[in-house]
Write a protein that binds this ligand. Structure first.
Ligand code: GLY
Length: 351
């Protein structure tokens, strides 16, 4: 077999991350000492890829966002003590966003910080969750309320994990890919508009190039503003309303973000005169993401005000000046409340 793996280095403020693109899981044993490493994964990944984990120390979590909580972090720490993990141990998160967020979080606090790396297995983790260093857990209805920013030492991409990815997870990943295109790159947006979930899934070369483009897009934003003082906030496009919907309704992260992006596009039309927002709705539909939601405006607004992007009586909302150019726009909470209410009524009428 031809070895197509390529290594790139991403330099962050005080650390660099080795990114192995188009690699294989087997390469992991060259990056860490098996005896002094612990893999964290979930039951789904473990049962689908059991043979890969042979001879590794493995902690297996229950799958799903509901387990991205402090109780799970505590249980991981107990098991690390059982493995006699010490300051020289490397943790490896093999999984989707929940696994990578928990792994990064535990690695940041265990013995005040140990080395860690990721093998992202979902499209969403490949293009978004494993990149950027933010980690943490949810607290009640508040997503990612507790955590830190700490970069992994390495990311190892093995695209063969995508062969077992459920359909819903493809759409979840594309929600973040569409987000990157909307805020950063009009040509990526056009490419997505001219394709569909089905056409990209069938074209491995195109899929690989989209994943790798998104690794670079996300990394470039984070490298410029690792600790989210400015432009990194752009990556929250669709996430403000999205997170509030996600915690209140039975939605996947991608579905919630898609609905959040449609709201943010509508708001961009109202406030900044964005044109062609209908293309955003079109592109989301092509990747099997929802674009209309009926929701309780008061309930959702109350959760939204606890968002980390709120600064006293304003919310730093990410809007679009045009497709491919996101901007951070502070909106007074009372004004935002009216917009949320109007939008929720429009959705009810549209149903
Ligand atoms: N872990 C995802 C991020 O840092 O954005």
């Amino acid at each position: 077999m031809i070895d197509s793996m390529r290594k790139i280095k991403q330099q962050f403020s005080n650390t660099s991350v080795d990114v192995y693109l188009d690699g294989t899981f087997n390469h992991l044993s060259k990056l860490v000492d098996k005896k002094n490493a612990v893999i964290i994964t979930d039951e789904n990944i473990f049962s689908l890829h059991r043979s890969k984990f042979r001879n590794w120390n493995v902690i297996t979590l229950k799958p799903g966002e509901a387990f991205k909580i402090q109780l799970t972090a505590d249980a991981i720490i107990e098991q690390l003590i059982g493995f006699e993990a010490d300051r020289s141990t490397t943790l490896i998160g093999v999984g989707g966003g929940v696994v990578t967020d928990l792994t990064g979080y535990v690695a940041s606090i265990y013995m005040r910080g140990i080395r860690f790396g990721f093998v992202p297995t979902s499209l969403l983790a490949m293009v978004d969750a494993s990149i950027g260093g933010k980690n943490g857990v949810d607290v009640g209805a508040y997503k990612n309320l507790v955590g830190s920013i700490r970069q992994p030492s390495f990311l190892l991409y093995d695209y063969s994990f995508l062969k077992t990815l459920p359909d819903i997870e493809w759409s979840n990943g594309f929600a973040e890919i569409i987000k990157h295109a909307c805020i950063l790159d009009h040509s990526s947006f056009k490419l997505l508009l001219n394709n569909s979930l089905q056409s990209i899934k069938k074209d491995k070369k195109l899929l690989t190039s989209i994943i790798e483009k998104n690794v670079l897009l996300k990394s470039s934003v984070v490298k410029k503003d690792e600790f989210e003082k400015g432009d990194r906030k752009l990556l929250n496009f669709g996430h403000t309303l999205g997170h509030a919907l996600e915690t209140q309704y039975e939605l996947t992260h991608g579905q919630a973000v898609a609905l959040g992006m449609v709201f943010a596009a509508w708001l961009s039309e109202q406030m900044l005169g964005l044109k062609k927002s209908v293309e955003i709705i079109q592109v989301l539909s092509q990747y099997k993401l929802p674009t209309i939601a009926s929701f309780d405006a008061e309930r959702v607004f109350n959760i939204l005000t606890m968002d980390k992007k709120r600064v006293s009586d304003k919310m730093n909302f990410v809007l679009l000046e045009k497709i491919g150019k996101g901007v951070i726009h502070p909106i007074k909470l009372d004004k935002l409340e009216k917009y949320v209410s109007t939008y929720s009524n429009l959705n009810k009428v549209g149903k």
